[in-house]
Design a protein. Structure first.
Length: 143
């Protein structure tokens, strides 16, 4: 029983690491208005405790240290308005609905997706079949 718990924690940690890398690679720079510092942090919109959106691309944004700590975490209302404007009403409402979805996330599939996006595991990516690809879209977002 303990082995499964340890394996799950390792899988979560690896998904978190790759997701952070993916978001920072996607955005390249801090996404705060008028900031062009390199992307240093992967900041989640809704808490990472919400596994349904923990590795969902719309739920994260790259920020520099200053904007992550002193804007996203301290100027919460201003940051929320920025996110709503950035995503648009439809995508923001979808993100909020996904946050409240209690369905189980397939972390192995999430890991494969992240590896594919980062070009880390070409062989595993070719193993996707249509059904897995459709399920993946429900977990991490439509492509």
């Amino acid at each position: 029983m303990k082995k499964n718990s340890t394996d799950r924690k390792k899988l979560i940690k690896e998904c978190d690491r790759l997701f952070s890398l993916y978001i920072r690679k996607r955005d390249k720079f801090c996404q705060a208005p008028n900031c062009n510092k390199p992307a240093q942090h992967c900041a989640h919109i809704f808490s990472r405790k919400n596994h349904s959106v923990r590795w969902y691309p719309d739920n994260a944004i790259s920020l520099c240290y200053r904007h992550h700590i002193h804007w996203a975490h301290k100027e919460v209302m201003e940051f929320a308005e920025f996110i709503q404007k950035r995503l648009g009403k439809r995508r923001y409402d979808l993100l909020k609905a996904k946050k409240n979805n209690l369905s189980k996330v397939d972390m192995q599939l999430t890991l494969l997706w992240l590896e594919q996006e980062l070009n880390l595991n070409h062989e595993a990516c070719s193993l996707y079949d249509a059904e897995k690809r459709n399920n993946l879209c429900l977990v991490v977002g439509d492509k």
